[in-house]
Design a protein around this ligand. Sequence first.
Ligand SMILES: NC(=O)c1ccc[n+]([C@@H]2O[C@H](COP(=O)([O-])OP(=O)(O)OC[C@H]3O[C@@H](n4cnc5c(N)ncnc54)[C@H](OP(=O)(O)O)[C@@H]3O)[C@@H](O)[C@H]2O)c1
Length: 268
Amino acid sequence: MRRSAELTGRTAVVTGAATGIGAAIVERLAAQGMELVLVARDGARLEVTAERLRAEHGAQVSTLALDLADHGAPARLAEWLAEAGTEVDVLVNNAGVSLLGPVAGSDPARVRGLVDLNAGAVAELTAFLLPGMVARRRGAIVNVASTGAYAPAAYLAAYAASKAFVLSFTRALWAETRATGVRVVAVSPGPTETAMNTSRMPGKRDPGAVADTVMSALRGRGPAVVDGRLNALQTFVFGRLLPASAAAVIAERTLRKAALGNVSSVLP
Ligand SMILES: NC(=O)c1ccc[n+]([C@@H]2O[C@H](COP(=O)([O-])OP(=O)(O)OC[C@H]3O[C@@H](n4cnc5c(N)ncnc54)[C@H](OP(=O)(O)O)[C@@H]3O)[C@@H](O)[C@H]2O)c1
């Protein structure tokens, strides 16, 4: 891909950057000549990714091991960036977890932790880093949502709801920031081949394809992009054509076996 003058030499913060979709995104950003700050819980794994980016792209990469579901973690990240004098031009809120199963059988602490990470940290980190972008009149925030954001998903209730939050938050923020020079966009992958989704469903997308969609979303104009044509069609049918109750019932039937069978796989 041709390097974009708007990205080269600038700094991106990417959460959940060590594996899966996040690792593919930082690879694309490093190829654009960006300096990178990688965030996730497992510091050693982050360093492996960072080392690869340094070796393959000569990128300047820092890592910060943080549990973003912890209250106060986004503030610690913002402080760490401020102390290092780092101006953030691109924030990719990608870190996320899923939880498959009926709410009645779920650990309440895990449900809360999922919402704190998938929704809370996204909103808080955005609120910390957006003012600097607006003041500089440049920058971008990409929030990784999910096709699950577009309709209720039984057995993935908290996950889909957290992603619906991300989608709605991002669309509103897009409208708020349209005249500020800051690009805000939600990117929604469907089933993608990562550690989060080990299910044997057909048609799973490659994390690299999602990263390509993120890169084109950065150049685009609208508030929300779905990765992959079939996924886009699915979100149109479930999010726009069907009443929410019908969408919820169909999702319940589709996911029942995976959720109630003895499976550890987690679907998007
Ligand atoms: N795979 C799919 O089918 C699919 C579909 C739709 C949307 N998505 C979304 O895509 C994003 C990336 O997921 P993925 O599929 O690439 O899964 P993944 O490989 O499991 O990556 C998740 C990343 O988030 C980090 N993370 C998890 N909990 C964290 C926490 N509490 N604090 C900080 N970092 C944390 C993980 O690193 P550590 O474990 O080291 O913290 C990891 O780097 C997620 O937002 C997910 O919801 C995925």
